[in-house]
Write a protein that binds this ligand. Structure first.
Ligand code: UD1
Ligand code: UDP
Length: 362
């Protein structure tokens, strides 16, 4: 069985690392790794391949950045060429980026079945580019690997046939279990940044709804600056966010206590997450990782796809409408614990996905 895995953005390298290891260990399975090139900076791409021991991509399409239409269209055209050449049995796509949608569309148009990892997530907000990507990808996929019960319920609600839906758990949890321990031995980030465990807040922001809305971006930075007066904040900055902060003249609010750093590798990120007092983020992956390490989290959005974390009390939503609102939400959440539960499976998602793909599991 030949599988083409389409990846292109930072979180997809992490998810694919877990699945790729299982795929390559399965007898009779051949994986062709296709990197679209959506993310291309060294610390947004190559660093992850090295650290996560992902094999070199068989193809790198070098798509780069652009408007949604241009980026998706370029990817669609180039993925199609690879699929015509490789003639795989399955195309495996992850999450909800433009690379996900382009990979899925290229495949179904060639009548190649698509398997979608992280199927069924919904924010019920069609203004999010990710929502469009995930809805469309789910509806052209033949195998939908859902990470949570809520995701399964969303797919049923949309009339996806029951036989296509498989609850397997979250591959990000598999990755956290596998790499989480390695981080302790291999990351020096706390030492480099002069941070003591449990004494700082970790922040990340990159969603279009925050970076492209100056009022939200300002509220987040002002809120983090207020918090930093009490608890220092470490903020690894996505390149998109750095550009927006520069354009809005917000870099002046940052400094030694609200400390902007370049994007970090996964092991450093895990280390920063594990030892944070609280995490403030608009990232889907970081929200779950906060829970994996039992660190309270404030999600800097009005809604989340990972609703179980809010229900359990580990996560609180905060639409960033002003600096004061953001600072209050964060400071109130410091020290909070939620209820114990295992909504993301038991770390066997990758294995279940590979078993289903190779027909071992009905
Ligand atoms: C993309 C995904 C988002 C995901 C995120 C993970 C889409 C629509 N969005 O958002 O769902 O959560 O990846 O990080 O697919 N840039 C660089 N260097 C890079 C990559 C990006 O400078 O290596 C800058 C460029 O200015 C680019 C901007 O970041 O225009 C946005 O990059 P893009 O890949 O379009 O979207 P993300 O915001 O990264
Ligand atoms: N991450 C990382 N370095 C960083 C920021 C994030 O390794 O500087 C990791 C993070 O631990 C998580 C993944 O990237 O595993 C999340 O990706 P991102 O926030 O870019 O996208 P999302 O999950 O929101 O799609």
């Amino acid at each position: 069985m030949k599988v083409v895995s389409v990846i292109g953005a930072r979180p997809q390298f992490i998810k694919a690392a877990a699945v790729s290891r299982a795929l390559r260990a399965a007898p009779g399975v051949m994986e062709v790794l296709l990197h679209t090139g959506q993310h291309y900076d060294e610390n947004m791409s190559e660093l992850f391949f090295r650290e996560l021991e992902l094999p070199e991509p068989d193809y790198n399409l070098g798509i780069g950045s652009g408007t949604h239409g241009a980026q998706t269209a370029r990817t669609l055209e180039k993925v199609e060429q690879v699929l015509l050449q490789e003639k795989p049995d399955w195309v495996l796509v992850y999450g909800d980026t433009n690379s996900t949608l382009a990979g899925a569309l290229a495949a179904v148009k060639l009548h190649t079945p698509v398997a979608h990892v992280e199927a069924g997530l919904r924010a019920f907000n069609r203004r999010m580019p990710e929502e469009i990507n995930r809805v469309l990808t789910d509806h052209v996929s033949e195998l939908l690997f859902a990470p949570t019960e809520n995701a399964v319920a969303n797919l049923r609600q949309e009339g996806i046939p029951e036989k296509c839906i498989h609850l397997v758990g979250d591959v990000m949890y598999d990755a956290a279990l596998y790499y989480g321990e390695k981080a302790d031995g291999r990351s020096q980030i706390l030492h480099h940044l002069g941070l003591q465990p449990g004494t700082y807040i970790l922040a990340t922001v990159h969603r279009a709804e925050n970076t492209d809305a100056p009022e939200h971006l300002r509220a987040i930075v002002e809120g983090l600056a207020q918090v930093a007066a009490e608890i220092p904040v470490a903020f690894p900055v996505h390149p998109r966010t750095r550009k927006a902060l520069e354009a809005e003249g917000l870099l002046g609010l940052t400094g030694a206590r609200l400390r902007l750093i370049e994007p970090v590798g996964y092991l450093d990120m895990v280390m920063l997450e594990k030892h944070a007092r609280l995490i403030a983020t608009d990232s889907g992956g970081v929200q779950r990782e906060a829970f994996f390490y039992r660190v309270p989290c404030v999600t800097l959005r009005g809604e989340t796809e990972w609703v179980e974390l809010v229900e359990l009390g580990w996560n609180r939503l905060c639409l960033p409408v002003s600096g004061t609102v953001v600072a209050h939400a964060i400071l109130e959440m410091v020290g909070k614990k939620g209820a114990e539960a295992t909504p993301y499976g038991n770390g066997t998602a990758a294995r279940l996905i590979v078993a289903r793909l190779s027909g071992e599991m009905a």
